[in-house]
Structure formats: C-alpha cells, structure tokens
Design a protein around this ligand. Structure first.
Ligand SMILES: C[S@@+](CC[C@H](N)C(=O)[O-])C[C@H]1O[C@@H](n2cnc3c(N)ncnc32)[C@H](O)[C@@H]1O
Length: 374
C-alpha cells in the first residue's frame, strides 16, 4: 500500500500515519487483526503514574464528550495482579479529564462498538493507543453461519497469500466448512477491499473522523474492484449443512456468483483446468475429531494429491504436525502460523505431472529440512 515499515515485531508492523491512514488501512488490510494509532507513551511505575499521565493527555481533542468509549489492555507490571484494574484507571482518568474540560463525562463500558482505547504497559513504559478498527478487523461481517471450527477470516487470507494465490488461476477448497478460504479467495481475486463489508469501525467514533473522506475511500475501493468474473473458485464438503452455511456466507459477502459448491468427499472435488491452487484445512484433532481417526484421512489427502492433482500447488493448513507427516509427501515449503496459542503449519506441496517425474524426484532431494522437522 506504499507505506514504509518503521517498526516490526512478530505480531505487528509499524508505519507513520494519521487517522486518514488508519481508515485506509482498516479498509484494505486482509490479514491484520487491528489498526492502532499510538496517542502517547510515558514512563509508568504504578497505577498512580498511569492515572496522572493519562489525565494530562488532551482527551477533549480526541473524544466527543457525548460519545462512548471502552478501554482494553495488555499489562505486565509487578504492581498489577488484576488485569482489569489498569483499564479502569485509564477509564477514570479519561472521564475525569473530559469532565474538567467539557463539563461532561462520556459513557464507557465493555462494548467495542464505539471508541476503543488500548493500554499497553510492559515494565516501566506505558503506551496509550487508539484502536482505530474497534471490533477486530478479522470479523468481516459475512460469516453469519460459522459451522464447525472455522478459520479466522484474516488467517484464511494469510494462508492464501502465503500459498501464492493471486486470483489468476483456479482455487479449489475441499473440506470448506463455512467457506472461509473460498470466500477470502474470491474477495482477493476480485480485489475487493475486505473493509467494504463492514459498517462500523472505531475511528468513526473519534473527534477527527470526517465522513466524506471515508466515503471517498470507499468509493475508490469500489472502483478498484475487478468487474470481470475471476478464475473458478470451487468449494466442497461432505457435510451438506456445511455447504448451506458456506453458500449463505458467500452470499452475505457478495461473492456467491464466483464460487461453485459441491457436496462430496474431498477426493471427489472436481478440478478445473488449468491447474491452480488447492488449499485444504482438515480437522486436526484439537477441537474436532481424534488424532488416531485422522491419520488415515491425512494419508488419503496425500494419495489424492499424488494421484489426482498433477500440476497443482497443494496446501494443507494444520495445527497437528504428527498428522501432517501422515500425508506421506515431501513438502516444498512449510510456513509457520500462530493461531491463537497454537503453532500451526501451512504445508505446501508441488505436484508435478507425469512428464516431469524426474524433476519431482530431484525436488524431493532439495526441499528444506527433513520430514521430521515438519
Ligand atoms: C476444520 S473444518 C474446515 C473449516 C473451514 N476452513 C472454515 O473456515 O469454516 C473441516 C471440514 O472438513 C469436512 N470434512 C471432514 N472429512 C471430510 C471428507 N472426507 N470429505 C469432505 N469433507 C470432509 C468437515 O465436514 C468440516 O466441515
């Protein structure tokens, strides 16, 4: 998007920008959880420091006195054993400041549908941020029917981007569940900004918000949407209820016309021409199913790739590395994802067609690491 990354951490990237940039990023980012604006940073060695420093900030310039706000926090400090307490301290300081400056205290509570502040306090440094997204960006608003063990929308988009999917070739998503991978794939192929699906963001509830600028950004994003039908996107699941849910979600996302749905075993999923990207997220025995029963399923997935997916770039997203080994094929790439507190892998396989068998054997030799390192 043309921004220079100024800070990087395993869970985030920093750029320089203002509220307009926060709106733009919230509208377009597919893989982000939230867009935050840092309002202040200060030394902080206890709740009194936190209260006094927060009270000194010009909240009357940032929040409307008749608005609503909430405070969330991530705190690691020896004086704090109740994680709720620092949020309450910030809330009180903001409300006191507004009372003094405007003669009115804004409402506050736990809901995240107004202005959202975030306190990050680690050791002797505290930072107060405006969470410009408000509700998580990953909640696009289209998944009205979740079905079983759905992927977060942002994670599904990240999986497709790591898989190199760009919408130019077909996308096949067997075991689609509620359809998240297929829907994110269609949104990506259409270049449709994910934020177009949402009506409410945190930045709408702060003083500097200009509705006309937001509408202009939305109109520009709509113009950038690809108008022609993208390469085929195919989603299948053996559970008819999953397909009902996926179809409904695709309709809510406005991409039902781009996705072909099938009720079938994964190995019966029709594969269009030319070959493209196949992404599958089977159960992995943490929330659903049991590892033993799933070993055979993963082996069948490997057989399906080998026997029917010549020329395809195949990918399995799993949180169970033992099951990953049952696939029985060498990976061409393994990408680590952190899904909540679980370390997951995107296992990628290049399936060469018969005429390139020799090359397949050679590739096996040069793939990174060993199978045991999955
Ligand atoms: C972990 S869920 C997929 C969730 C999906 N990624 C989402 O975001 O909603 C796994 C799905 O695989 C389906 N499934 C399990 N075994 C299958 C099989 N043999 N053939 C087709 N689908 C299968 C289940 O019905 C379930 O919907």
């Amino acid at each position: 998007m043309g921004y220079k990354i100024t800070e990087q951490s395993p869970a985030g990237a920093g750029v320089r920008g203002n509220l307009d940039d926060a709106m733009r990023l919230s509208l377009h980012l597919r893989t982000a959880y939230a867009v935050m604006l840092r309002l202040a940073a200060f030394p902080c060695d206890g709740p009194d420091d936190l209260f006094q420093a927060t009270l000194r900030l010009p909240w009357e310039e940032w929040l409307p006195p008749d608005g609503y706000f909430t405070v969330t926090s991530n705190v690691k400090h020896p004086t704090i054993d109740n994680q709720m307490y620092p949020s309450l301290v910030v809330k009180d300081a903001v409300a006191d400041r507004m009372q003094r400056q405007c003669g009115h205290r804004p409402d506050s509570g736990p809901e995240r549908n107004g202005a959202v502040l975030w306190l990050r306090w680690q050791g002797s440094r505290a930072e107060v941020w405006l969470n410009a997204s408000g509700e998580k960006l990953t909640d696009r608003g289209y998944r009205k029917r979740p079905h079983t063990a759905p992927l977060r929308e942002s994670l599904a988009a990240g999986i497709l981007m790591a898989a190199g999917y760009d919408g130019e070739r077909p996308l096949v998503n067997p075991m689609c569940g509620s359809g998240t991978l297929a829907i994110e794939g269609a949104l990506l192929a259409l270049n449709r900004a994910p934020g177009l699906l949402r009506g409410n963001f945190g930045f709408m509830h702060v003083t500097g918000f200009e509705k006309n600028k937001w509408e202009a950004l939305r109109a520009q994003a709509r113009r950038q949407t690809v108008k022609k039908t993208p390469a085929p996107v195919i989603a299948s699941d053996h559970d008819p209820h999953a397909i009902v849910a996926a179809r409904h979600n695709a309709q809510t996302a406005g991409v039902e016309h781009c996705i072909e749905f099938h009720v079938c075993d994964f190995a019966e999923t029709p594969l269009p021409d030319p070959p493209g990207t196949l992404a599958v997220n089977p159960e992995y025995g943490v929330r659903l199913g049991h590892t033993d029963a799933l070993r055979e399923e993963y082996k069948r997935i490997g057989d399906f790739f080998k026997q029917q997916c010549s020329g395809w770039q195949c990918h399995i997203f799993t949180g169970n590395l033992e099951l990953g080994k049952c696939v029985g094929l060498r990976t061409s790439k393994r990408t680590i994802f952190h899904n909540a507190d679980l370390e997951c892998r995107l296992l990628s396989y290049e399936i060469y067609d018969g005429s390139r068998k020799t090359r397949k054997q050679f590739t096996t030799e040069i793939t990174e690491g060993t199978e045991n390192e999955l």
